[in-house]
Write a protein that binds this ligand. Structure first.
Ligand SMILES: [Zn+2]
Length: 450
């Protein structure tokens, strides 16, 4: 991280920080950036409401953001700052006023002229106050603000979740006690996840396989890309040499090696599936693999950090439902996760080789609960960083509370819905002004999301 002006000595810095503690009222706890074709958006996550001011300086082009009574909290910021001067944005560098001043000044050194726009978002759900700065380059038009826009001509899109049930067809995946096939269990969980996404405002699920047939790894990621997916989630339930291994895990790709021995073993096992599934050689043999590798390295850095962040959210979502095998997201070289542009995760929903866990994995109720936990994690992630142009982003910008809409299907019960969405039974009834426990197919329930 760079500071404006010379760095001070450690002693002086300490003294200054001691005096700030009294003065500073708010902190910038994080900075996020989302470049897209329409604009570059900077979001400052704040500890509370602030006043701010923007102005431009030229020769060279700079944008100055003054935030009153605010200090920079340094946790995790350096990594974020490095991303800000990413080639895809008009920002060349970001500088901050040195610590120890009442107000925070942020200077963006610009590669080109920009039209800035800024606004404050009030706290909602798990979000606190945010300061949003949008930068429009000459060939990007300032869009009309969402507030007051006619909903009917607002072309917001749904967030697309590509759901990949592992294995299929000749490749059964792991086989548990009583001939419980991984390919069957994961298809059920994937279908539940698709149903939850489709019934939730602002989301859409897309399955990479609809039935019991094999799909090559490359085809799976291609389906995700064709559908312009925002995330790719591969669902598995694996086996291990000993029946005592248990718990769910979340994996993301690693270019440089696995984080654990089991991660490595699982990746090798999952990658072999293309051979079992009868698709011929695994794509690693492609002659353009070296070039692909270079491109992957470049573009994966961005989607990898998103994958890790989403993976952590999914672990939190699953935690109330299943024991976790590892409490952090693990990394390994899974072929199916090699999408440079889409955050990709592989979820081991449990060990089918463990008799107790296999029994749970085979049950409809547990499959639904797992799907709901996974969805909750994905939703948490997207509500923190809603992709531009999505219905969810529009709703969050309009500061509307977020509700999940559930359309009653055959076999649904109120208690099961409450369980699935992790809401109290009575709260669910109250929210929907229900006087009895009777529901009918097609009826819509509003479920507040915490
Ligand atoms: Zn598997």
């Amino acid at each position: 991280m760079k500071f404006i002006g010379p760095m001070r000595t450690g002693v002086l810095l300490l003294m200054l920080q001691a005096s700030i503690a009294v003065m500073a009222q708010q902190t910038v706890d994080g900075i996020r950036i989302r470049p897209d074709p329409e604009k570059t958006r900077l979001v400052f996550d704040l500890s509370g409401p602030v006043e701010h001011r923007l102005f431009k300086l030229d020769k060279p082009a700079r944008l100055v953001i003054d935030i009153n009574n605010t200090q920079l909290r340094e946790t995790n910021l350096p990594a974020e700052i490095a991303k800000l001067s990413n080639a895809a944005t008009p920002i060349a560098a970001v500088r901050f006023s040195p610590p120890g001043q009442e107000n925070l000044r942020v200077v963006l050194d610009l590669k080109q002229e920009v039209k800035p726009r800024s606004f404050i978002l009030k706290p909602i759900a798990q979000y606190r106050d945010r300061l949003v700065i949008d930068l429009f380059t000459e060939d990007q038009q300032i869009e009309h603000p969402l507030q007051g826009a006619d909903k009917s001509d607002w072309q917001a899109r749904e967030i697309v979740i590509a759901i990949d049930p592992g294995h299929g067809g000749d490749d059964p995946g792991a086989i548990g006690p009583g001939k419980l096939y991984e390919k069957k269990v994961v298809l059920s969980i994937a279908r539940e996840l698709e149903a939850i996404a489709d019934h939730t405002y602002g989301y859409k699920g897309v399955l990479t396989r609809q039935g019991d047939y094999y799909v090559a790894h490359r085809k799976r990621t291609a389906i995700a890309r064709e559908n312009q997916s925002d995330v790719f989630v591969s669902i598995h339930a694996d086996g291990w040499k000993t029946s005592s291994a248990n718990g769910a895990s979340v994996y993301t790709i690693s270019q440089s090696g696995a984080t654990s021995e089991m991660a490595k073993w699982l990746a090798e096992k999952e990658n072999r599936a293309d051979l079992i599934g009868g698709v011929g050689s695994v794509s690693l043999d492609d002659k353009d693999d070296m070039l692909a590798g270079v491109l992957l390295d470049l573009s994966m850095t961005a989607s990898l950090s998103a994958s890790l962040e989403m993976g952590e959210a999914i672990l939190l979502g699953i935690k109330p439902i299943s024991r976790l095998h590892k409490k952090n997201v693990e990394q390994a070289a899974f072929l199916v996760l090699k999408s440079p542009d889409i955050p990709s995760l592989l979820i081991e929903t449990g060990f089918i080789s463990n008799p107790g866990e296999a029994r749970k994995l085979a049950s409809r109720k547990h499959q639904k609960a797992l799907a709901s936990g996974i969805f909750k994690g994905i939703d948490q992630y997207f509500r923190r960083t809603p992709p531009n142009g999505t219905l969810l982003a529009a709703r969050l910008q309009a500061n509307e509370p977020v509700f999940v809409t559930h359309v009653i299907r055959r076999g649904d019960t109120l208690s099961e819905i409450a369980y699935r969405y992790n809401i109290g039974f009575e709260d669910l009834k109250r929210e929907n002004s229900l006087n009895s426990n009777t529901i009918r197919i097609g009826q819509t329930l509003r479920i507040p999301q915490l």
